[in-house]
Write a protein that binds this ligand. Sequence first.
Ligand code: AMP
Length: 282
Amino acid sequence: MQVIENKVQLRAALKQARAGGKSVGFVPTMGYLHDGHAALIDRARNENDVAVVSVFVNPTQFGPNEDLAAYPRDAERDLALMRAHGVDLAFFPGVEDLYPPGYTTYVTVEGPMTQTLCGRSRPGHFRGVATIVTKLFHLVAPDRAYFGQKDCQQVAVLQRMVRDLDFDLQIVVCPTVREVDGLAMSSRNVYLSAEQRTQAPRIAQALFEAREMIAKGERRATVLAEYIKKSIATIDSAAIDYVSIADSQTLSDCEMISGEVLIAVAVKIGRTRLIDNIRVEV
Ligand code: AMP
């Protein structure tokens, strides 16, 4: 595995790695890797000749009062996981490498897709995501890029961006990897106290119970959303940001469950903001 710390080295390494028409699979991450990331890496490894993983805690996608400084980092552990999963190129750029002094160019996906759900409480977040992913796509020029369904709005926004800006690559969406008790794996789970950690799986349980209700015939979005809110409200110091029942492509609200629907939630437990979602098809 080659460890690369700047974009000049990355371009040179990729030129070599790609020789002879080899395909490149890319997994962008913010590090502090867990089994959710590993699943994306395994898929990239299996479906391409060359697997590239980036670790970059992207400052432009954090709001002024968010956890940029506190975001967990452990490069040694990340490198060990990447080696164990057969990564070819590990890209750890510095902030100044990707945002040199005087940087002023941003990518914005307009419309309700970036203003609902997380876009409402995290203004500017998806502009930061679209900008960094555009830059990384230009640098890596992957054939396939791998993203987790866990960040469902990110997936929808990036799929739109790739389509609108004619990126010549395929976005591959991978299922959410969960702990045995159902909690969606996240680098931020490390912030939870022991007591919060025991209660956090209620978020996923509420989503799974909503899926059961739909299987038994419930179609009213308000009834389902109320049920989920009540379940999550039993977690101590939980503050619900949103419970959304929306069309999975456009993210516009649904009144009745029909077709493919996304049930997505964001909850703050103490100071830790967690998101989760399920997709349901009827
Ligand atoms: P992050 O490092 O949190 O920015 O995530 C990097 C990539 O890993 C994103 O595409 C996430 O959606 C994906 N990811 C994070 N957690 C999970 C999970 N539990 N299951 C599947 N993919 C995940």
